[in-house]
Design a protein around this ligand. Sequence first.
Ligand code: SF4
Ligand code: SF4
Length: 531
Amino acid sequence: MRVKAQMAMVMNLDKCIGCHTCSVTCKQTWTNRPGLEYVYFNNVETKPGLGYPRRYEDQDQWKGGWTLDRKGRLQLRSGGRLRRLLSIFYNPDLPTIDDYGDPWTYDYQTVLNAPLGTPNPSAHSISALTGRDMEMKWGSNWDDDLAGGPGHAAADPDLAGLNDQVKLAFEQVFMFYLPRICEHCLNPSCVASCPSGAMYKREEDGIVLVDQDRCRGWRFCVSGCPYKKVYFNHRTGKAEKCTLCFPRIEAGQPTICSETCVGRLRYLGLFLYDADKVLAAAATPDPRDLYHAQLSVFLDPEDPGVKSEAARQGIPADWLDAARRSPVYALAVRHRVALPLHPEYRTLPMVWYIPPLSPVADVVHAAGYDDADPDQVFAAIEALRVPCEYLANLFTAGDPGPVRRVLRTLAAVRTLMRAGQLGLGVPDGLAESVGASEVDLADLYRLLAIATTPQPPRSSATATGGSTSTCPPGLSHDRRPVQAGLGAAAIPHSRAVRRPRRARGRGGTAAAPMRGPARPVPRLAAGNAAI
Ligand code: SF4
Ligand code: SF4
């Protein structure tokens, strides 16, 4: 058993209001520079919809992620080294600027300098890349709120095979928002695709980064990532990507998207996992089994054997404590209400999602039923306007079973809390019907309710990581009574700052070098001018 720690995120899609605050604050922090005009490390998509870049989920087209060869071994979908070598000066699998959306600004001077009396002066759009006049045709959130309606949404790759079940007429369609960042995968195909060895996974917390000094701009990471979360800076000629705000994480702060999220739907925390099991899990033959295979990689932080082995392998006590209190572990493993995005890409992604339940209550109300009756709520889950199969195409490689179980669990939490708050009797066997206890459901409610993220006091010890405290006050999963779930939780101070370790070379992923902070931390951030 090789115990590793991984920083991860869970997003509760029921709470996302599609305000794009996360995209804006991330953009202002990380990519507000020339060369990255079209780049959003964090973007928010409307589903059903095409995404950013459009149709990025269609791996038949983009050839991102992993597949299995005839012998059942993992191989990059983009092909072996020879194919990549032959296409090194022309990579045919790259999205164009038209797929991302040509970024534009406006000729504001036309309005500001218009002479008095000019009838209706208007600013026209100009390309932020070329400075020339342009006609807007696509953007990172062009199909926001189903703009374009059936014309765009119907081309969503996740709708394949479901079009007859999903109503795309404007007044009938269902939509929800899907915020996306880099998944900081356990088996990152971007790292394995890089011919220069510039991409790597940090040993201490699993954050995937680009070494700007080594990057040669071949862009195989861009095509190799199935989530299209590596971007090319056309000014510097280097690749850049979401850093999971590691300078903030190292200071015990949540990522900027978590801190500014209006819906308070982002949970941050640690997983412990067995690096020796990663390859076998990613090579699971049936894609529908990949969700369970990834679950089997995670280690129980309460297990005395895991704790002693982790300590023996050098994971500090405060990290183990943070893993024990981690809300992402509680949501994904203990309560099993969070699911990975597109596990069929075999990268073992580490940003998981709680699927949206909201339409269920609407469906029950619209039908004139009582949404306090679990039987009626459970029946409504089967009658969702977006079928469970659509959510399954997103989160479980097409297996609707886990999605149904999650939605039923969430419905049971609502029923239980409603019964408690209105003084109604709890329906017999409610918790047992979803394989949980009432204590489990109450704990889940505490995690999922309105989040609060009290700010830690700013002290020099916190800023330098020199404190012996384990995580910012108020951000702990097991602070009781906590009125609410946690926007960001259980973030330990970085070992990179307090206890530097040497690189160990290749780590536990298929072809992903795992590096420790052998170099000073600031150098790792060379590609990010905001630091
Ligand atoms: S393969 Fe995974 S870790 Fe690499 S950029 Fe894509 S989402 Fe991030
Ligand atoms: S800030 Fe939060 S609520 Fe707003 S779009 Fe982003 S994830 Fe959704």
